[in-house]
Design a protein around this ligand. Structure first.
Ligand code: PLP
Length: 374
């Protein structure tokens, strides 16, 4: 009844578009948070088949789910549980982001325990104020890493940071701080292979900062990382469409109330269509009054309060029937509202719209590598 249609071929296509943009740099496909709502395993399998170099996730649990699904790609996980001992991650060959000496020691202990070499990426906070070592503690982290490399417990695969996307000026300052941090590691003769800094936005804006790898999430799903540019501006194809079958259609007189609080009353005799998508599915309630839905090629405003399970549209005298497919958002090239439009209506960003889709939606995959998932 409610379906998220995920076009995996669009994701593979977006990868090829992004490849052209970043040239020789490796691409890490970021598949955290269930691949931004698109379904982590089918997306990861498609990306693997399409030749992606790396996968990135926040949690080690997500990384292990990828391994359990048979994915052999290098995988980096960067946000750790306070009690994480890293044994399961090192054992599964997951690459681990490290932000301080305490974490690095735990990773080394796990490696020693397993008799394996742990692969780590050292994270420097160049200004965002989230994860990563401060500039003050960075030399200590390098020093410990150098010692643990010498002892054979760890290998430093990468050095990385993340931009705040506040302004070009601030981003360029972060890039300069990153280069200074990398220079310190080089002076300390710490061997490493990859520098990586940009996500989708920086990969588009700062070609000088692609280094050996870029980490791309939202653009792989065909969405623009900028609110003042659409995906089409970059030749990207949105992969997710959120749809539902019209559950009920009825004729009502003028002045009929619509949904809780009667925020809307019909102006004349008209036809109302009931769409079974609500805030339980992730449709933000505060999109009430601003969002639209497409039925049979026409976009209609969502009228009245968005409820937990459903919303209502006024289709006038148009021929809309029970069972017709309503599209809440998808690829605007097909004439339907975009995730960007719904994001604007709900005062948020397209990232949040696709990631929060869930509830009673089922996912259907187009172009799945593994037919069991289709
Ligand atoms: C989520 C995330 C990304 C991907 O960001 P997009 O803007 O979706 O491309 C890259 N790096 C880190 C550290 C992240 O947390």
């Amino acid at each position: 009844m409610r379906e998220l249609i995920i076009d995996l071929d669009a994701i593979a296509y977006n990868l090829s578009v992004l490849r052209e943009r970043v040239g020789k740099s490796k691409i890490m496909g970021v598949v955290k948070a269930n691949a931004y709502g698109h379904g982590m395993i089918p997306v990861a399998k498609k990306l693997e088949a399409a030749g992606i170099d790396y996968l990135g996730v926040a949690d080690i649990t997500e990384a292990l789910q990828l391994r359990d699904a048979g994915i052999d790609l290098p995988i980096l996980a960067w946000l750790h549980h306070p009690d994480e001992n890293f044994v399961r991650a090192v054992d599964a060959g997951i690459e681990i982001s490290v932000a301080d000496n305490f974490q690095l020691e735990k990773v080394a202990n796990a490696a020693q325990h397993l008799g394996r070499v742990a692969r780590v990426h050292l994270k420097i906070d160049t200004g965002l104020g989230r994860n990563g070592a401060t500039a003050e503690l960075w030399p200590l982290l390098i020093k410990l890493a150098r010692a643990l490399v010498a002892e054979g417990f760890i290998q430093v695969v990468g050095i990385f940071t993340h931009l705040s996307c506040t302004s070009d000026e601030e981003d360029l300052q972060q890039i300069a701080r990153f280069e200074a941090a990398v220079a310190l590691a080089e002076q300390a003769e710490l061997p490493f292979e990859l520098r990586h800094l940009t996500a989708s936005d920086g990969s588009i804006k700062y070609p000088q900062a692609h280094y050996e790898m870029v980490r791309i999430g939202v653009s792989l799903y065909g969405l623009s990382p900028f609110t003042d540019h659409s995906s089409a501006d970059y030749g990207l194809r949105p992969a997710m469409s959120a749809t539902a079958a019209v559950a009920l259609v009825k004729r009502v007189p003028a002045q009929h109330g619509v949904s809780y609080g009667y925020l809307h009353r019909t102006q004349s005799e008209t036809t109302l269509a009931l769409i079974p998508i609500g805030y339980a599915e992730g449709l933000p309630r505060n999109a009430t009054g601003n969002a639209r839905v497409n039925i049979k090629g026409k976009n209609y405003p969502i009228l009245g309060r968005i409820a937990m399970d459903q919303f209502v549209v006024d289709v006038g005298d148009d021929e809309v029937q029970i069972g017709d497919i309503a599209t809440l958002f998808g690829d605007p090239a097909a004439g339907v509202p975009s995730a960007d439009e719904l994001a604007w209506a709900a005062d948020t960003i397209n990232y949040e719209i696709v990631t929060r889709m869930g509830g009673r939606f089922t996912r259907r995959y187009l172009g799945a590598v593994d037919e069991d998932l289709a």
